[in-house]
Design a binder for this molecule. Sequence first.
Ligand code: ZN
Length: 431
Amino acid sequence: MKKITLTFVFFLIAIPMLANSAIRDAEMDGYFRELAAPLYEVAGVADGKVEVNGRTNWNAFVMAGRIVHMNAGLIMAAPGPNVLRGVLAHEIGHIAAGHVARRLEFQRDTRFLSIAGALLGAAGGLAGSGDVVGSGVMTGMGLQASANLAFSRAHEAAADQAGRKFLTQIGEDPKGLSMFLDMLDRQSGRNRSDILQYISTHPMTPDRISMLESTPDPSGLVDSDNTKLMHTHRRVQAKLKGFLMDPNAVLRSYANETDIPALMGKAIAYNRLGRSQDRDAMLKQLDQKDPNNPYNLDLAAELYYTSGELQRSCATYAQAHKARPQNPIIALGQAKCLAKASGEEKQAAVTLLLRFEPNLSDLVSYWTLLARTYDELGNQGRAEAVTAELRLRQGKKDDALWFAKRANQSLQPGDPWHARMQDIISSLDRG
Ligand SMILES: [Zn+2]
C-alpha cells in the first residue's frame, strides 16, 4: 500500500508570513483578553474574543460569530489601550445588537471559513497556515476579510452609543472612541488608503462625530493609558512592528531608545536581518531589565527557532513553558520545536500537543503539526486519524470519512484514536 506521506506535502511547504493570516501570540492573546473580556461581559456576550490579523491598514470589524477582528496596523498606530478599548467597545456594540447576524445570516461559521481559506490559499500557493509570529501561529482568514460588509448609519450610531455605555460600565474613560475618530481625521489627508477600509465599513456622519466628542462625566472613570496595560500595549506594538515592518525601518524607529519595547523590536529586526550577535545583545539587555519574564523567553525561543538554532530554542521554550505551564500558545511553540528534533523529543511533542488539544483545536497548524509528527514517528494510522479530524472541522465530510476509514485499517481497536474514528465513521457513513 502506498504511503500517505504525499498527502502532507502541501502542509510542509514553507509559507511566508501573510497579511491575511491571523496572528497568535501568547502575550498578545492575554492583552486582548484583558482589554475585551470586561466589555464582552457587560454586553452580555458569552465566549467573545478578539482575533488579530497581519494587515497594516487601520481596520476593526466583526463577522459572524462573536469575534472582533483587528488589523495589526490599527494596534501599531493606537497611542494606548484606551483607544483600542474604544474600538472594541464599538465593535462589541455591533455584536450585542445583533447587527452582524442580520447581515450575515447566509454565512457559515467563520472559523471553518477561515480554515478553508487557509487551505485554499495553501493549495494555490498564496496563503496558508503554520507560519509563526512571536510565539504566534498564523491561520488564514482570507474569506472572512473579503466578506467584510458595511453597516448602515443607524447601526453605526447604535454601536457608538452601546460602546460608550459599555466603557462607562467597566469604569473606562470612553474618550478612546473620539480619540480614534481624531486618529482617522488626522490621517485622512496623507495616507488615506490606511483608513479607507474602516470608513467604508463604518460610515461617519456629523451626528456620530458630535455624539462621540461630547464630553462624558469623567468622575470614577479610569483611562487605561495610565495603567500597567500601557506597558503591555507598547510590548505588543514592538512585536507587531518587529515582525511586520521592514526591519531597517524598525531599527530606525527605535534608534534612540533603550527601553524594553525598543529592545524587543530591535531583537526581532536584527534576527530578520541575520545579525544574530546584535540580536543576542538586545535579548541579554532585555533579560537584565526584566529577568525571567516568560514572554521574553517565548520571544527569544521563537527568534532562535526561526534562525535555525534548534537546541537553544527548545531549551528556551522549556523555560517559558515552565514559567507559564498552562499557556497553550507557548506549549504549541515548544511542541513545534521538539517535533523538529529526534524521535524521543518528537514523542514529547505529541504528548504536549494532545494535552492542549481543547485549547488549540481551532488552529489548522495544530492538526498539521500533530499529523506530521505522527507521520515522522512512523505511525501512519494516527497521522491519518488526525487528518480525518482536521477535515471534519473544515466541513470536508467526504475527506474526513475517507481518512477515518483508512486510519482504522491500521489502528488497533484499543487505540483511543480508533474509537474517535469509529465515531466519525458512524456519524458520517449513512449509506
Ligand atoms: Zn461600526
